[in-house]
Ligand binder design. Structure first.
Ligand code: 89V
Length: 341
């Protein structure tokens, strides 16, 4: 099968992992890199043997659009709509990092722009591709626990995330966009769509602009009550970053996804412990290894859709439902009210 050729738009922190994650897969070739600071793109270009390096995205598209199949947008959220539109208007399929867009209307417009241009649009939403979360979903789908009625999905830590990603400290809206887009997507992945949502937020760290704590309570359409909590201000006995810890209670038992990728499944017969350790990649940053491994699985799923050999989970249409929850959560927190969805 012919390799699909793509350009990376944005070569900051995350691209250092996104590119080697692509290179784990057969069937893709990175052709060109763009970054507003050329030196950064050149550095990654040297590392991965990419010589087409630009600090002007229009020039990149002018020169390479004809040979490209898709773009992978790895920039900050404010520029997602601009780069999505530029690529879509050139007829290129688009993969964009989470969170999809800087507000709900801009996100809707991104989906619409791609639809009208007749190109495929995907959001690179990787958390649901983490090995422990896939395993947890398989336990729930097996039916052995009966009907889930209550869940807690938790991403709480004191990890110094701003050291590697300093721009996060400048965001007016921080944890719900950066982590809520992951955590609320995990809730949808595990439990389906929500019918209402209530959220409270706070800022504990005085050195950042946005909120670093968010608590979201959702009633899912299935009737399940789902509490999603996220915090970067939680100095806990065991640091969990970057793990999402989950507890689900169901009519015939419960399952707990706890530290070290352990799933503890309890029924009336007792508790079984399952191991759900993710694959290890040499290029992954050990502090992010779980998440970096999930980039490969997410890319694989998107590539299968692009090649016509599978169906992507995180299409623009699907991820719009996640971003809807993110902005509904801000709305709920601002008005201190329950939002019907
Ligand atoms: O995936 C991300 O959004 C990263 C991190 C893993 C730190 O949350 O910002």
């Amino acid at each position: 099968m012919q390799k699909l050729k793509f350009a990376v738009i944005g070569t900051g922190f995350w691209a250092q992992y996104q590119i080697p994650a692509w290179l784990e897969l057969e069937g893709v070739e990175v052709m060109a890199l763009y970054n507003r600071t050329q030196a950064k793109a050149e550095e990654l270009g040297r590392r991965y043997g990419v010589t087409n390096v630009y600090d002007d995205v229009d020039r990149l598209l002018e020169r390479h659009a004809d040979e490209l199949d898709f773009v992978d947008i790895i920039t900050d959220v404010d520029t997602h709509p601009i780069f999505t539109a530029k690529a879509a208007l050139r007829g290129l399929d688009v993969i964009c990092q989470k969170p999809m867009g800087p507000n709900l209307e801009a996100s809707r417009q991104m989906v619409e722009t791609c639809r009208q241009a007749g190109v495929r649009f995907y959001v690179h939403e990787n958390f649901r591709w983490q090995t422990p979360l896939r395993r947890l979903k398989a336990v729930l789908d097996s039916g052995e626990l009966g009907t889930p009625f209550k869940a807690r999905v938790s991403f709480c830590s004191a990890f110094p995330v701003f050291e590697n990603q300093p721009f996060l400290a400048e965001l007016d809206r921080f944890i719900l966009t950066d982590i809520g887009s992951h955590v609320l997507d995990v809730c949808r992945f595990l439990f389906g769509e929500a019918e209402s949502l209530y959220c409270q937020t706070s800022r504990v760290n005085p050195a950042i602009r946005g909120e670093d704590v968010a608590n979201v309570l959702m009633r899912m359409r299935s009737g399940l009550s789902c509490y999603a909590e996220m915090s970067y201000a939680s100095l806990l006995e065991r640091e969990a970053f970057p793990q999402t810890l989950v507890q689900v209670e169901a009519s015939a038992g419960s399952v707990v996804l706890t530290h070290d990728f352990q799933l503890r499944v309890t029924t009336r017969r007792g508790t079984t412990i399952l191991d759900a350790t993710p694959p290890a990649y040499p290029w992954a940053d050990p502090a992010y290894a779980l998440v970096h491994a999930s980039i490969v699985a997410c890319n694989r799923n998107l590539l299968q859709d692009l090649q016509g050999s599978g169906t992507a989970e995180t299409t623009g249409d699907d991820n719009f439902e996640t971003i809807r929850l993110v902005y509904a959560a801000y709305d709920s927190a601002a008005r201190n009210t329950l939002i019907p969805l």
